[in-house]
Design a protein around this ligand. Structure first.
Ligand code: PYC
Length: 309
C-alpha cells in the first residue's frame, strides 16, 4: 500500500491539494526540468491524486519540492485533471496557508519557485496572502475568432502565468446557475482561439458587471480540463490587470477587486515591469484548510491511477 500525505484547502471556493509526502522522486535541478520528469514519468501519480475517486475535475494539486535555489522557501509543481499548469494563484495562496499550518512559513515575505518563475508571497495572517506573480502582459489586443454557434467573438490574449483569452463583450449572464452554458460557450471559444493563434491558450475568461457594487468586475474562468474556477483565478486576474494597464484603465498601485462566479473576491494591483509594457501583479486572497489526509494506493486496485478525463 502506497501512502500519500495531503493537505486540502480552498481559496475563494477553489480547492488545492498540497502533496506533503509520498510524492515521486523527480531528481534535482531547475523546477522546469523536474516538471518534465513529472509529466513524462509520473502522470499516473498526478491522476491518482486529483482525479476521481480521490479527487474531482476541479481539484488543483500542488507537489511540494525542494527549491533549486536554497534562498527560496519551497518549489511547487501545480497540476490538474489533465496535466501540469505553469502557475496557479489560488493554489499559491492555498500552499502558503498550508505551510503556515505546518509551521514551515511565518508571517512575512517568502519566495516560491514555480515552473514559470519565482513568485513572492506575503503571509499576512493564518488565511490572508498576497502573491507577487511573474511578469504578466497582453500579447494581442482586440482579436476576433469565429466561434461555432456564437459567431465572431473579440477578446485579448494575455499571459498571467498561464495563457488566457479574455472576453469583455458577450451576451452571457455570469451567474452560478448558468455554469453549464458558460462552460460550453468558453470551451468553444477556447477551441476557436487555439485554431487561430499560436499561443497555447488553455484558459478562457468572460467578464461582466459585478453583483456586489464593492467590486469592479465579475468573471467566469474556464480551466484547461473543462472545470470552471470557483475563485476569480489568480493568473487570470493577473492577465486581466495586464490588459487594464495596457489600456490605461489601471494605475500602478490602484486596487482592482475581481469577483468570481461564486462571489469570492481577489484584490489585485500592478507595478510596471519595465519598458516592455509588462506588469508585476500583486494578488491578495484568503484560503482555509479543509482536510488533512493520507491517500491510500492499493497496488491491486485496477483504478489506482484514478479515472482520467
Ligand atoms: O488561480 O491561477 C489560478 C488558477 C489557475 C487554474 C485554477 N486556478
Amino acid at each position: 500500500m502506497h501512502r500519500i500525505h495531503v493537505i486540502d484547502s480552498h481559496t475563494g471556493g477553489e480547492p488545492t491539494r498540497v502533496v506533503i509526502a509520498g510524492g515521486p522522486d523527480l531528481g534535482a535541478g531547475p523546477l522546469e526540468e523536474r516538471a518534465k520528469v513529472f509529466r513524462s514519468r509520473f502522470d499516473t501519480f498526478r491522476s491518482c491524486v486529483v482525479n476521481e475517486p480521490r479527487g474531482s475535475d476541479v481539484l488543483v494539486g500542488a507537489l511540494l519540492c525542494e527549491p533549486h535555489d536554497p534562498a527560496n522557501t519551497v518549489g511547487v509543481i501545480f497540476f490538474n485533471n489533465v496535466g501540469t499548469i505553469g502557475m496557479c494563484g489560488h493554489g499559491t495562496i492555498g500552499l502558503a496557508v498550508t505551510l503556515a499550518h505546518l509551521g514551515k512559513m511565518g508571517v512575512g515575505e517568502h519566495r516560491i519557485e514555480t515552473v514559470v518563475g519565482v513568485v513572492a508571497v506575503t503571509l499576512h495572517d493564518a488565511h490572508r496572502v498576497t502573491v507577487r506573480n511573474v511578469p504578466s502582459y497582453r500579447q494581442h489586443a482586440n482579436v476576433s475568432v469565429e466561434v461555432e454557434g456564437l459567431g465572431r467573438v473579440t477578446g485579448d490574449i494575455a499571459w498571467g502565468g498561464n495563457w488566457f483569452f479574455l472576453v469583455k463583450e458577450h451576451n452571457e449572464d455570469l451567474r452560478i446557475a448558468n455554469v453549464e452554458r458558460l462552460t460550453d460557450v468558453t470551451w468553444r471559444i477556447r477551441q476557436a482561439a487555439n485554431r487561430a493563434f499560436p499561443e497555447p491558450v488553455d484558459h478562457v475568461e468572460l467578464f461582466g458587471p459585478p453583483l456586489d457594487s464593492a467590486n469592479h468586475s465579475r468573471n467566469f474562468v474556464l480551466c484547461p480540463g473543462k472545470a470552471y474556477d470557483r475563485s476569480p483565478c489568480g493568473t487570470g486576474t493577473s492577465a486581466k490587470l495586464a490588459c487594464l494597464f495596457a489600456d490605461g484603465k489601471l494605475e500602478p498601485g490602484e486596487v482592482w477587486r475581481q469577483e468570481s462566479i461564486t462571489g469570492s473576491v481577489f484584490e489585485g494591483s500592478v507595478e510596471p515591469a519595465g519598458a516592455s509594457g509588462a506588469v508585476i501583479p500583486n494578488i491578495t486572497g484568503t484560503a482555509y484548510l479543509i482536510a488533512e489526509a493520507t491517500l491510500l494506493v492499493d497496488a491491486d486496485d485496477p483504478l489506482k491511477g484514478g479515472i482520467r478525463s
